[in-house]
Design a protein around this ligand. Structure first.
Ligand code: FAD
Length: 405
């Protein structure tokens, strides 16, 4: 990794003991930023181990800028695919618009578009956090957070009965956040969106065998097909080793489920009349899982009034993945939190409250906007053929948008 100066060589009077709950993308990003701000950081993760989970993840320029600022550019480049651009197509395969990522990255020097397997992005974040001195513990499920009455510290209670004190607790425990419920003092399940995602990882070698599909691997681009009530996205991963395909369709999962094994035949049937290349891709898939897509509507307050407990990432603003920005927003949260706590001069509740107030003010509107825009994309991407769809396509041709799944 590239050496990055730790901003604050702090004395004990201002070095906070921080617990981040959740070693996902957002939690590890926050740990890195808070370590760079000179604090002591422990990350508590409920999983038994940090495993290779997930599929493709698109990193947009705002997010690549954050990752590079943490000295992670060269490490990430080893696993990244840099797509040439994005193509938006109708469901029959007709091109609506194209945008070159090179032109767009040139507008924002130092940034780029990257596509990753989530496990590689996650692995690089973990490596960077450990390198900077994070204490990362697995099998550590947080059940409760109690703010000490004087407001200066909080105590985290683990499932095994252990209790740990901290000057600041950061809840980065994802969409089904326990810490959000603790903050609110009531149950608060995520909101279903009416869509689910089939996530497929295909072998790029298999795709290369079909001359009609090979160019999807040899000329990496992000491709979208927009159709009635559904859409599809695909892109190359690991420089041409894997191929990521996501199908976004109406949610038919039973109440209470979040992930289930899908039926490949059912999935294929939904796309049988689309661009003939899509059924060809789906023929290469032998088994599949489906994910219910939920969101988190914004909270009035992200932080406890004591200044000892706050939230970050999907726990506070999970969005539909239709702008490819959920992880980007979580990582931006971490960068801003780190910046706010790099300026702290002492451990007093007043200083922490001030830092959290600035953090919230910087992040709230932007993340709410991304959640709203994600919902709007759901409507626009899934229009049935007709005048509204024609108008959408006309506008896309005028000003291509950078989109996500
Ligand atoms: P998570 O990554 O979910 O991490 C939460 C962590 O907390 C987990 O490790 C969990 O085990 C742990 N945890 C939970 N409860 C506890 C507890 N009580 N105690 C201790 N640990 C706990 N985003 C993008 O930017 N680009 C994309 O292209 C993109 N594509 C997506 C495609 C799909 C189909 C989906 C569903 C999402 C996509 N996203 C994308 C969104 C992105 O994956 C999430 O926004 C991001 O992972 C959120 O990070 P997080 O750290 O907040 O939560």
């Amino acid at each position: 990794m590239v050496p990055v100066q730790i901003k604050a060589q702090r004395g004990e009077e201002s070095k906070l003991k921080i617990i981040v709950v959740g070693a996902g993308l957002g939690g590890l990003g926050a740990a890195i930023a808070l370590l760079l701000a000179g604090h002591e950081v422990s990350v508590l993760e409920c999983a038994n181990e940090i495993a290779e989970v997930g599929a493709g993840i698109q990193v947009l320029p705002n997010c690549s800028r954050v990752l590079k600022s943490w000295g992670m550019g060269p490490a990430l480049e080893k696993y990244a695919t840099r797509p040439r651009g994005v193509n938006m197509m109708g469901w029959k395969g007709n091109l609506i618009s194209s945008m070159s990522f090179h032109d767009s990255a040139a507008q924002y020097p130092g940034t780029c578009y990257w596509d990753f397997h989530r496990a590689n992005l996650h692995g690089c974040l973990l490596e960077r956090a450990l390198e900077l001195g994070a204490n990362v513990r697995c099998r550590a499920r947080v059940m409760n957070v109690e703010v000490i009455p004087d407001g200066a510290t909080a105590t985290v209670k683990l499932e095994n009965g252990e209790q740990i004190d901290a000057d600041l607790v950061v809840g980065a425990d994802g969409i089904n956040s326990r810490l959000r419920e603790i903050m609110l003092g009531r149950p608060d399940p995520p909101t279903p969106t009416g869509d689910l995602a089939y996530r497929l990882l295909l072998s790029a070698k298999d795709i290369m065998k079909d001359p009609e599909l090979a160019s999807f691997v040899t000329d990496p681009q992000v491709n979208y097909w927009l159709g009635p009530d559904a859409h599809a996205v695909n892109y190359v991963l690991r420089g041409g080793e894997l191929f990521n395909m996501v199908l976004l369709v109406p949610d038919d999962m039973p109440a209470g489920a979040s992930t289930l094994e899908g039926n490949v035949e059912e999935m294929r049937a939904m796309y049988k009349d689309w661009d003939p290349r899509i059924p060809k891709f789906l023929k290469l898939c032998e088994s599949v899982y489906k994910w219910r897509l939920c969101i988190r509507k914004g909270l009035d307050e992200w932080s406890h009034p004591s200044g000892a407990f706050t939230l970050l990432g999907d726990s506070v603003h999970a969005t539909l993945p239709y702008l490819a920005s959920g992880a980007g927003m979580a990582l931006e949260d971490g960068a801003v939190l780190g910046e706010c706590f790099s300026r702290i001069k002492d451990k007093s509740p007043a200083s922490k409250k001030m830092a959290l107030e600035v953090y919230e003010n910087c992040r709230k509107r932007r993340t709410e906007m991304v959640v709203e825009r994600g919902n709007m994309q759901q409507y626009l991407y899934h229009l049935r053929d007709g005048p509204e769809q024609e108008e959408r396509d006309r506008r896309m041709r005028m000003k291509p948008t950078v989109a996500g799944e």
